[in-house]
Ligand binder design. Sequence first.
Ligand code: PLP
Length: 562
Amino acid sequence: MPREFLQTPRVAYYSMEIALRSEVPTYSGGLGVLAGDTVRSAADLEIPLVTVSLVSRMGYFRQSLDASGRQHEEPDPWDPASIARPLQARVAVTIEGRDVWVCGWLYVVAGYTGCRTPVILLDTDVEENEPADRELTHYLYGGDQTYRFKQEIILGIGGTRLLHALGFRVLEYHMNEGHAALLCLELLDRYAYPEKALRPGDSRYDIPRIRNQCNFTTHTPVEAGHDKYPYDLVESVLGDFIDPVILKHLAGEDELNMTRLGLSLSDYINGVAKRHADTSQRMFPGYPIKAITNGVHPHTWTHAAFARLYDQRLTGWCHEPELLVRAECCVDDEAIWSAHETAKRELLDYVKTGTGKTLDPEVCTLGFARRMTAYKRPEMIFTDPGRLRAIAASQPLQIVLSGKAHPRDYDGKRAIESIFRHMQELADAITVVFLPDYNMDIAARLVAGVDLWLNTPLPPMEASGTSGMKAAFNGVPQFSVLDGWWAEGRLEGINGWAVGDGDPREDDASFLYDKLERVILPLYYKDRNGWIQVMKGAISKSASYFNSHRMMRRYTSDAYLR
Ligand SMILES: *Cc1c(COP(=O)(O)O)cnc(C)c1O
């Protein structure tokens, strides 16, 4: 490990997935993009972080869609040597009673101040390991429950041992979701009192010491998002690594709940938006759950045309995105509109090249792209195709969508097929485009190139959502259900609009149509100046606050330095 990274004590940040670059498939969606933005902001702000993740050599999956919208999945292999370098150290973890060797790749994220921050990608694909063990770090969110538990051993226990072996001095541990919570067991074991120092009845484990070093961020109210393992599986894979009585006390009596384990051993716990912290508090009573609302990385998500504008008028915005509050007074309307036209033209060209479909630059373009899964209700805009047609007859609109469904998320896959049916049905009235194989690059094009960003989750299931924040950096207003960050971020008609009132409702679609028809499209077509004021509102009221620089400064002051 280069000495530059070992000189400063660091916060160790663990994430199962991380979006380092668009084309490196070590991420599946929002959680990984957030992890990437976390590290990019840490580098810009010179916050001493070291990140641990898995190398995922076979990626998440590559999505292709046939004419009826059926999703086909292919492995998405990549070569870590193309962007990272192999580290010399290696450590062993015990899995099913045998040693599994874990080594790592060093990827360096550079901030614009020149600060470099290390990311370590764990890899078990070494000759000494048995063939099946060599594949443990291959597939992101692949395999069965046992495979997943083994991956979490590699991440939590293997990752912590490797940091130690490399010589990192870790002051604080930060778990990005429950996947990494086994790191707490490694720390309990590392700092256990020797048996002979104990009086009868005393615990070997120094729980307060561990809690003092650990921080936990929970990311979803969706039950399936919280990993749980039966104790017989835990015992057969992990053996007697930790006293089972203590483990049950910390992680749940009936099954090992990774979230509960992380919560029990962390003295700083947060949700990723204010509303999500409240929801999480109800799910996990007894643990004090604070809120640090997510953010997105300014430079990564701002189109070059807008970045140039901010560079000229709001010097320093990349370091202090708070300066964007001044956009309202310091940036001209014409300059905003012209930057937007550039981004829109680029998106339309990209769509034309990729799909052959022609979108009209004069037509109001709606964007919807994210993981395709039931609670995000991706089909909501198509609920009443007749109504949508009627609206578009007098005020034209076109829609661009993108998103992958997890290979076992059958509802998510059905949603894509249903979108394809609507796409064909509406073809004579509304152009609808679905871009396959959603990734960071497509996200960046979409959030900058559409006119309106749509989000329709079923409350309170959207913990934060971040794509609407990316849109805000490009002056694209959001039209969203009041859930996640939008519940605290929305200023009606100033930086965007609400769908519904924040309660889960069957009739959200009719709210959506009403507002689109009576408020949003009339503003777009009849009052361009008024529309540009909302674009400025998105920049000054949303982007200035909902960015990962603010988020990381908050983690530093509230969690790491507490
Ligand atoms: C930002 C992003 C997401 C997350 O979008 P949400 O609106 O938060 O669900 C998912 N995938 C990719 C590729 C992204 O860039």
